[in-house]
Write a protein that binds this ligand. Structure first.
Ligand SMILES: Nc1ncnc2c1ncn2[C@@H]1O[C@H](COP(=O)(O)OP(=O)(O)OP(=O)(O)O)[C@@H](O)[C@H]1O
Ligand SMILES: [Mg+2]
Length: 337
């Protein structure tokens, strides 16, 4: 039986207009996401990696449809089609008012749990909030569910009257996770959920997330800077560069036999002594990532690419299947460059 598809992102573009001058006219466009396609199956984890500013958070925010709250002038095109039991729903085309009934199905957890948890609310209030908004549960039912959720994420139900500052970073992220799973979502967007935590705590939180995934049949979009963080928890990995997907494949293939020159450079930056990785030639990138307001024509990576050819400036490379469903956006890729 083929796996159940949960969401299909097709040619997603997110552009932020920049206004300036005395008349406050549009003077430029930040092409934060510039034609991104990938899909997530039920119970699957997709890792989304790339350097700072490549558009990861913007993809995540588009997928929970909160961009227009953050930036009212944002221009979003393409589609984000969720395959819910009641039918296919495109979050790009939904009117904000009709979004309400789907919000409980897709949740987000953030890098900095301290900034994302209201410091004036108790943990019980924080976790109850989505239940009050999205369910018709009674006060007693909500109290019981909060206690149950706290235990599920490895905290004590007796801690429900405490405030976020009374918890450690790892515990605060557990509170964020409890809030995210409160309404039985199908997908959780995890925006660098462990990067602010100590390494020893990172593993505990990731293990908790994997246990919860099994128990509640969750799908994750797991955002990180670094491939080594997502490699062992992801089924498939999307690599982004300057608003584009450059590679999308099974986690093991992307990590152990990266094909796009940018993915190879990212792997070269992984500081682990992995003998399999050592055999490959290291790709060290020159220069900085260009601004998404001044993207190079054609391939966005060509200015930093060790194998660029003159015609890379002509048109944007499409994702091509290089075997085993490993999609690579580079026509000049060869096994040994
Ligand atoms: N509301 C906004 N208005 C204008 N530009 C924005 C807005 N949000 C993001 N951007 C720009 O879009 C680009 C992508 O940003 P985004 O936050 O998605 O990147 P990221 O990959 O999550 O980076 P990081 O790894 O640092 O979190 C950046 O150039 C950023 O400055
Ligand atoms: Mg981000």
């Amino acid at each position: 039986m083929s796996p159940k598809k949960l969401v299909d992102v097709k040619d997603l573009q997110v552009h932020f207009p920049v206004f300036g001058g005395v008349l406050s006219r549009k003077i430029a466009t930040v092409k934060a996401v510039d034609g991104v396609s990938f899909s997530i199956n039920a119970k699957q984890t997709i890792g989304l990696v790339g350097e700072s500013g490549c558009g990861k958070t913007t993809v995540g925010r588009a997928m929970i449809s909160i961009l227009s709250h953050v930036s009212p002038d944002v221009q979003i095109t393409g589609s984000i089609e969720y395959h819910f039991d009641e039918g296919i729903v495109d979050f790009v085309k939904q009117h904000p008012k009709s979004m309400q009934k789907y919000r409980s199905k897709v949740q987000m957890i953030f890098q900095d749990p301290y900034a994302s948890l209201n410091p004036r609310m108790t943990v019980a209030q924080i976790i109850s909030e989505p239940l009050l908004i999205h369910t018709k549960m009674t006060k007693k039912e909500i109290r019981d569910r909060v206690a149950w959720l706290l235990e599920k994420v490895g905290l004590r139900s007796s801690q429900s009257r405490r405030y976020p500052h009374e918890f450690s970073g790892g515990q605060r992220q557990r509170v964020g996770i409890a809030r995210a799973i409160a309404t039985n979502p199908e997908l959780i967007i995890c925006d660098e959920p462990v990067s602010a935590l100590d390494v020893s705590i990172q593993a505990q939180v990731i293990n908790l997330m994997m246990d919860l995934q099994d128990e509640f049949d969750l799908s994750y979009l797991f955002i990180a800077h670094d491939l080594s963080v997502v490699e062992h928890i992801s089924d498939r990995i999307v690599v982004m560069y300057l608003g584009d997907v450059v590679e999308f494949g099974d986690a093991e293939d992307v990590y152990h036999s990266p094909k796009h020159p940018y993915t190879r450079a990212l792997i070269s930056a992984v500081p682990v002594a992995d003998p399999k990785l050592k055999k490959k030639k290291r790709v060290i990138l020159q220069g900085d990532i260009p601004s998404p307001m001044a993207k190079p024509s054609g391939c966005g990576f060509r200015n930093r690419c060790p194998i660029a050819k003159p015609d890379c400036a002509d048109k944007k490379p499409q994702l091509i299947d290089r075997g085993k469903n490993q999609l690579v956006a580079c026509p000049y890729w060869e096994e040994d460059f």
